[in-house]
Design a protein around this ligand. Structure first.
Ligand code: F6R
Length: 238
C-alpha cells in the first residue's frame, strides 16, 4: 500500500488526477471504476480541464460506477447518474453508452444486481477503482456488517451515512434509505485501487481502515488485502 499525504484538497485532487490520467494514457480503452460524493469532485475537474486542453482522451474509455440510490432515476439531480453526467461525462469526449451506473429505478433489484456483476465481468473488471470512504468506513455503499458481501447488492444505508449525505438534500427525510452497490468482489477485483480521503472527519476511520484489524465492521479494512492500493489523503486539516 502506498500512502500519499497532501497539504490540501487541491493537491489531493491533482495527485489523484495524475494517476487516473497515467492509467488512461497507458491504456486508452481503460475501464475506470468511479465514485461520487464530495471527495472526487476536484479530481474530476482536473480531468475535465486536461480533456478540454486536448491532453487527455476519453473516446475509448469505459466506466462503471460504484453505486446508486434506489428509487432515483438519472434525471433526478440527487442521483449518482446525474452527478457523474454533471461532474464528468457531459464535459469530456466519453461515449455515454460506455458509462455505467446501477439502475436505481430497477423494479427487480436482484436481477439488476446480477446484470451489473455480469457487466463488470464482461468488461474484464476495472483497471483502476476510485474510492472515497464513509464516516463508518464504508466503501461504495458496503456498510458495516457481520460479513463482507461479494456481489452487487441492495443495501439499507446506515443512519450515519444518511446523516452524512443529508447535506446534498433539502432535508434528511429526502435521503433515500436504500441503495444498490457494487460488492467487495467487484471492488477488490480492480487491478489498482485509488482511495481518497479528505478532512479531519475522515482521519480516525482512515487510520482504523488502513492499520486496524481487517473486519467487515470497518468495510474499507478489506483494502489491506489488495496488492495495489494507493491512498491519497489530506486528513490533518479541513
Ligand atoms: C460514492 C460512494 C461513497 C463515498 C463516501 C464518501 O459513490 O460510494 O462510498 O465515497 O460516502 O463520500 P464523500 O466523498 O462525500 O465524503
Amino acid at each position: 500500500m502506498k500512502i500519499i499525504r497532501t497539504k490540501n484538497y487541491e493537491e489531493m485532487s491533482f495527485e489523484a488526477a495524475k494517476i487516473m490520467a497515467a492509467q488512461m494514457v497507458l491504456k486508452p480503452q481503460s475501464v475506470l471504476g468511479l465514485a461520487t460524493g464530495s471527495t472526487p469532485i476536484g479530481m474530476y475537474e482536473q480531468l475535465v480541464k486536461w480533456n478540454k486542453e486536448g491532453k487527455l482522451d476519453f473516446s475509448q474509455i469505459r466506466s462503471v460506477n460504484l453505486d446508486e440510490y434506489c428509487g432515483l432515476d438519472g434525471e433526478n439531480d440527487q442521483s449518482y447518474r446525474y452527478f457523474m453526467n454533471h461532474h464528468l461525462f457531459n464535459h469530456v469526449n466519453i461515449d455515454i453508452n460506455n458509462t455505467h451506473v446501477p439502475n436505481g429505478k430497477a423494479v427487480d433489484t436482484k436481477a439488476e444486481c446480477e446484470r451489473y456483476d455480469a457487466l463488470i465481468e464482461s468488461l474484464g473488471g476495472t483497471d483502476i477503482q476510485v474510492l472515497g470512504i464513509g464516516p463508518d468506513g464504508h466503501i461504495g455503499f458496503n456498510e458495516p456488517d457481520a460479513v463482507f458481501t461479494k456481489s452487487t447488492h441492495r443495501v439499507e444505508l446506515d443512519p450515519s451515512t444518511v446523516e452524512a449525505n443529508a447535506r446534498f438534500f433539502a432535508s434528511i427525510d429526502d435521503v433515500p434509505r436504500f441503495a444498490l452497490t457494487m460488492g467487495m468482489g467487484g471492488i477488490m477485483s480492480a487491478k489498482k485501487i485509488l482511495l481518497m480521503a479528505n478532512g479531519t472527519k475522515k482521519k480516525e476511520i482512515l487510520e482504523k481502515a488502513l492499520f486496524g484489524p481487517i473486519t467487515p465492521e470497518i468495510p474499507a479494512s478489506i483494502l489491506q488485502l489488495h496488492p495495489d492500493v494507493t491512498v491519497i489523503c489530506c486528513v490533518e486539516n479541513d
